[in-house]
Design a protein around this ligand. Structure first.
Ligand SMILES: [Zn+2]
Length: 124
């Protein structure tokens, strides 16, 4: 697996500061993501994992979350010290919210029928 060797070499030497996308998988290097892996699934959106990583002179704790927008602020599942407690709490609450009537995302708030994207598109 030449590609994996190359990726590992980049990660190990700290020279990899870009990201690599292979189909639905994206691997982030030593940049704002502090080395992370995102995998897109149709059902849950992005599955995001970040191992404990020493980057830019400090340790960044691990996290694992599932989010439509690949950000912890829309996560429907989140664990690890790398995600703050508010995001985890919101993920727990969000899982109980109904799904958007137009896509598989959760609704924007408990009272609405569509997700934040569809509420923007429709101007509801
Ligand atoms: Zn929607």
């Amino acid at each position: 697996m030449k590609v994996l060797d190359k990726i590992w070499d980049y990660l190990e030497t700290g020279r990899f500061s870009e990201h690599i996308t292979i189909g639905r998988l994206t691997i982030y290097g030593f940049n704002a993501m502090h080395v992370a892996v995102n995998f897109w699934t149709k059902k849950w959106g992005y599955v995001c994992f970040h191992p404990p990583m020493y980057c830019f002179g400090k340790w960044w704790p691990w996290y694992f979350y599932v989010s439509k927008s690949a950000t912890p602020w829309e996560a429907t599942y989140a664990i690890g010290p790398g995600v703050d407690n508010h995001a985890k709490e919101m993920a727990r609450v969000r899982r109980k919210w109904p799904l958007c009537s137009k896509c598989m995302a959760h609704v924007e708030s408990p009272g609405s029928k569509v997700c934040w994207r569809h509420s923007k598109i429709d101007g509801e």
